[in-house]
Design a protein around this ligand. Sequence first.
Ligand SMILES: Nc1ncnc2c1ncn2[C@@H]1O[C@H](COP(=O)(O)OP(=O)(O)OP(=O)(O)O)[C@@H](O)[C@H]1O
Length: 544
Amino acid sequence: MTATALAPSETRRYLSGVAGRRWPATALLLLDTVAAIGFAGGLAGGVAAIAKGSASPSVWLALMLASGLARGGCAVLSARVGARDARDAKAALRRRIAGAALHQPIGQGDTGTLTAAAIDEVEAIDGHVARFLPARHAATIGPLLVLIAAGCASPVSAAIMAFTLIPFIAAMTLAGGAAADETRRQFATMAGLSGLFADRIRALPIVLAFRAENTEAARIGDAAGEVADRTLRVLAIAFLSSGALEFFAALSVALVAVYAGFDLLGLLPFRVPEHLDLARAFFVLALAPEFYAPMRRLAAAYHDKQMAEAAAERLQALEASAEPLAAPASKTGQPPAIRFDDVTIRYPDTDRDAVHGFSLAVMPGETVAIMGASGAGKSSLLHLLLGLAPLSSGTVTIDGCALAASGRPDAGWASQSPLILPDSLRENITLARPDADEADILAAAFAAGLARVLDRRGLDTVLDARGSGLSGGERRRIGLARALLHDAPLLLLDEPTAHLDEASESALIETIMRQARGRTTLIATHSARLAAIADRVVRLEQPA
Ligand SMILES: Nc1ncnc2c1ncn2[C@@H]1O[C@H](COP(=O)(O)OP(=O)(O)OP(=O)(O)O)[C@@H](O)[C@H]1O
């Protein structure tokens, strides 16, 4: 999966679609700002009352206390609401990304990269929804509220605050751009590491058999080192930028403090159109840090935004490349007629055809054996019918309908290396028909020649993903049992008798002959004995 750089507006649109409209967290942050104004009012009123000694400060203290408590409540609630919103948004996005990962075009996206997308890259949306979005909305209105409140007490202080905003915004924009580039690179390296790691884990027995563990460990170590370097670079930019932002915020507070203090004491060396009393001076002084608080919150969450945007580019590319899965054809129960006309199959990123100019008409209910040298394209032809290989040119029709239009045919498929789930033998067989009852499962298992496995271990024996404890032949028989249990009018068998001894092969050929009756059956095989039961044998030549 490669992420092409999207226009910033497209990324924002994608992210806002992911996040949806979630206002409660923003409303809580704005309430926090209102409470901060209340706190500053209570502080200023209390100090002035104490200084005058004329009125009881308790009403001001009560205002301060209530505002302080309200601020604490708002902080806790907005964090909780934001976390809940992020969890919902991530769950919805993960469902979409998992769907898109399953519908990637043939040959695109390795397991590690797709896993990194569904886990790490979706996780990068968390801070964007939980912190950045509420902070961004609150940062546009919050400072305005503070500015209006401060302006009522001291227009000059409000003007100072507004003026210092300019370098603050410039620093944020510069830091944001640099962080975005580094974050994008960090994600690309992270996805690379995930892909490498997943592939090597899958190939661990081979790595150990060839004593390549040190080489592979070093390769993974190098990739992990690169991720660490990139992560440190991202963090360095984040720390530097937040340092710069803190500097401007502190500078603004200091300017307001110096102005208010000098004006209060009448020491200003220039004329200003106001003279502050103690209450107003304290009020603007207490409000000055609050002017920057929403933007500080925004700056702290800015890194979340960069992470989310970098992730969004990759996730959007993944969703865009997903192909709609051909719908399964409606079940007619009748064996279909299949026609291949001048069919060519070429896999993506390869420079030769796997199958070239192949034509064949299979009658309904006919059994056809496809033979040919290893690599001639026998499996590819079966995969083509299942939507697992690309039709590069030519046409394939099923009962007269083009393959794409008729949808995936209802087929029982026994592949060369059947997928084994880390689950019971029963679950592995019923993958083909989850609602099958015990009698049907046993019938399919016995018909596929799994009697010895059933005697030895039973239907509830648990297999691991490699099918350890089963022979290669037994693993294939699980695939065959699935195909038989599915009970479809089309049977596609890929070398079902490979690696079997003569007696086992004979037994399986008997089974296949029985099961092929009343079905259209295509068998890819090297076995002349198996091919002998077919109505017709077709030989595939290896493309030049
Ligand atoms: N997913 C794939 N991506 C790229 N090339 C592929 C893919 N699957 C198969 N091929 C190539 O297509 C060609 C035909 O492969 P295929 O498995 O269809 O042959 P086969 O006749 O079934 O071989 P065998 O008898 O060894 O099983 C081979 O050259 C193979 O390397």
